[in-house]
Design a binder for this molecule. Structure first.
Ligand SMILES: [Fe+2]
Length: 234
C-alpha cells in the first residue's frame, strides 16, 4: 500500500503535505523530511500538518525527538507536533522566537550542529537576507542538502493569472530550480551570504531537497553552484 512517506535515500524520507496559502494568495505545496539519526531517533525538518496517517508512518520509523523549523517562514505546524510529541525538542532558526512567542523552543539553530545530531547532520546559517535567515542542512549518509525557500521550483502552470506572471519574473518557474529574484534582492550582506554558500559548496552533495520543487538527484554540486552563481561570481 502506498503511504504518505517516500523513501528518499538511506535513513531519509519525505512527505508532501497539503497546499498552504502564503502572502498575496500564492499557493505553496508543502514538504517535510524525516531523517533517522544513528541512535535511531528522528529529526523532522519543516513539519507539515500533523495527520493520522503521516503520524502512524513516522512512528514506525522511530522516536520523534527533534522538530526543526529551517527558517522563520516554515513554522506553522510546529506547535501541533510539539503537543503530540511532548518529549521532542523544538529548534528555532534566527528570528523565529521573536515571531512565535507562543511557542516554547528547546534550542537555537546556529552554524554548529546541535551535538545530538552532529554525527549525522551538518548545518550552515545563510545570513544577510532581509526576508528570512535560512538554515541549510546536510545529511551525510544520503548526501542530501536540504534547502527550504532559498531555492524554489514550481510547475509551469502551478500559478494562475497575475500570480503566474509574478512567479515567472521571480524565477519561481524557471527552467531549473532557482533562487527567486525577491530573495536575491533581499541579500543585503552579500559577503556573509557568500561565505555561507561557500560552506554549503564544500559538502559532497549527491541530492538537493527543497520545500517547493522536485528534488535534484544528479549533478547536485554543480546545480548548487549554478543556483548561486549570481552571488558567488559577483
Ligand atoms: Fe516555503
Amino acid at each position: 500500500m502506498a503511504g504518505v512517506l517516500r523513501e528518499f535515500g538511506p535513513d531519509i524520507w519525505i512527505a508532501d503535505g497539503p497546499t498552504v496559502t502564503a502572502a498575496a494568495g500564492f499557493h505553496y505545496p508543502t514538504r517535510m523530511a524525516i531523517i533517522r539519526l544513528s541512535d535511531g531517533s528522528l529529526f523532522l525538518w519543516s513539519p507539515t500538518p500533523l495527520a493520522d496517517d503521516l503520524r502512524a508512518e513516522v512512528d514506525r520509523l522511530g522516536a520523534v525527538r527533534y522538530l526543526v523549523a529551517p527558517n522563520s517562514l516554515h513554522h506553522l505546524f510546529l506547535g501541533a507536533w510539539r503537543q503530540a510529541y511532548p518529549d521532542a525538542g523544538a529548534y528555532a532558526p534566527p528570528g523565529l522566537r521573536r515571531k512565535r512567542k507562543d511557542l516554547e523552543f528547546d534550542g537555537d539553530l546556529g552554524d554548529t550542529p546541535i551535538a545530538d545530531w552532529a554525527d549525522d547532520i551538518d548545518q550552515v546559517v545563510i545570513r544577510g537576507n532581509l526576508i528570512t535567515t535560512e538554515v541549510v542542512f546536510f545529511h551525510r549518509k544520503s548526501g542530501t542538502v536540504l534547502f527550504t525557500d532559498l531555492i524554489q521550483h514550481f510547475r509551469p502552470r502551478w500559478f494562475k493569472g497575475w500570480r503566474a506572471i509574478v512567479a515567472r519574473l521571480d524565477l519561481m518557474v524557471a527552467a531549473e530550480p532557482s533562487v527567486p529574484r525577491k530573495f536575491r534582492a533581499a541579500f543585503t550582506d552579500k559577503r556573509a551570504a557568500r561565505a555561507a554558500i561557500n560552506r554549503v559548496l564544500e559538502w559532497p552533495a549527491e541530492k538537493v531537497l527543497m520545500a517547493h520543487g522536485e528534488p535534484v538527484v544528479e549533478g547536485s554540486r554543480d546545480f548548487v553552484r549554478r543556483a548561486f552563481h549570481w552571488l558567488t561570481d559577483d
